[in-house]
Design a protein around this ligand. Structure first.
Ligand SMILES: Nc1ncnc2c1ncn2[C@@H]1O[C@H](COP(=O)(O)OP(=O)(O)OP(=O)(O)O)[C@@H](O)[C@H]1O
Ligand SMILES: [Mg+2]
Length: 238
């Protein structure tokens, strides 16, 4: 089944008198369990496309079906609810709330999803443990390294067992070694069946995705599958 079905999506911004066509008739289907890297030059529309897929922004025209749910004509509240149920986000700058501990950050999406406190705590704890952050639950983001913060952000994204994980330059703010560790985590999550759509400027990361979609000036100009030999370590559980 396709988890993402975008049909002839456009996004146009008004800039003074002229229209800025940021997405021009994007049609894209993503199968459950796939790992898609979106690449393209700065300003080509990658984040705009990601925000559309993530229900953070609505397209100007076109239709979008997420996990079987037709999203056009849905109101803001319904969109937010669907987003909270289905999508885990990972951002370049981690986007953790600075006043909350690692544990509380991981719990946040579960609060929105209405999961009771005890279960929330337990799941947050398990997620942090799974990502090697079990000892750091009480730390504030400022007390953690970049790689550790991104692990907390990944734990937060996974806490609701999302159907889809969206990542916008998840390794962009990390040194190359830590970036490699985060890539390994993402590969493991995909090997466990999670669907991943990730924006990257890094060709090494794109080479590790199963499928690469290339954007330019708001159009998909290339779409191919990598021939990946799964290394044994990707099949180990996190
Ligand atoms: N809210 C907005 N209003 C007007 N123009 C916008 C808005 N958001 C994005 N744009 C414009 O849309 C174009 C695409 O932006 P987008 O952020 O999607 O690019 P990108 O491919 O993610 O670039 P980068 O690699 O630099 O992150 C840019 O020209 C940008 O200036
Ligand atoms: Mg961007």
């Amino acid at each position: 089944m396709n988890i993402i079905e975008l049909k002839e999506i456009t996004k146009t911004y008004k800039r003074g008198e002229e229209d800025l066509h940021v997405l021009r008739s994007i049609s894209l289907s993503v199968a459950e369990g796939d790992f898609v890297a979106i690449i393209g030059p700065s300003g080509s529309g990658k984040s705009t496309l990601m925000n559309t897929i993530g229900l953070l922004d609505v397209p100007t025209t076109g239709s979008y079906t997420l996990d079987g749910v037709v999203t056009e004509n849905m109101g803001d509240n319904a969109l937010a609810e669907l987003r909270n149920q289905k999508i885990g986000f990972i951002f370049q700058q981690f986007n953790l709330l600075p006043r909350l501990s690692a544990m509380e950050n991981v719990e946040l999406p579960m609060i929105y999803a209405g999961i009771p406190r005890k279960e929330r705590r337990e799941r947050a704890n398990n997620m942090l443990k799974m990502l090697g952050m079990g000892e750091r639950g009480h730390h504030k983001p400022s007390e953690l390294s970049g790689g550790q913060q991104q692990r907390v952000a990944i734990a937060r994204a996974l806490a609701i067992s999302p159907s889809l994980i969206l990542a916008d330059e998840p390794t962009g703010a990390l040194d190359s070694r830590t970036g490699e560790e985060v890539l390994e985590l993402i590969l493991q999550l995909n090997a466990q069946g999670n669907t991943i759509v990730l924006i990257t400027h890094d060709h090494h990361i794109a080479d590790n995705a199963k499928r690469v979609v290339s954007l330019k000036d708001g159009v998909i100009i290339d779409d191919y599958r990598n021939n990946i030999q799964m290394s044994a370590q990707h099949e180990v559980s996190v």
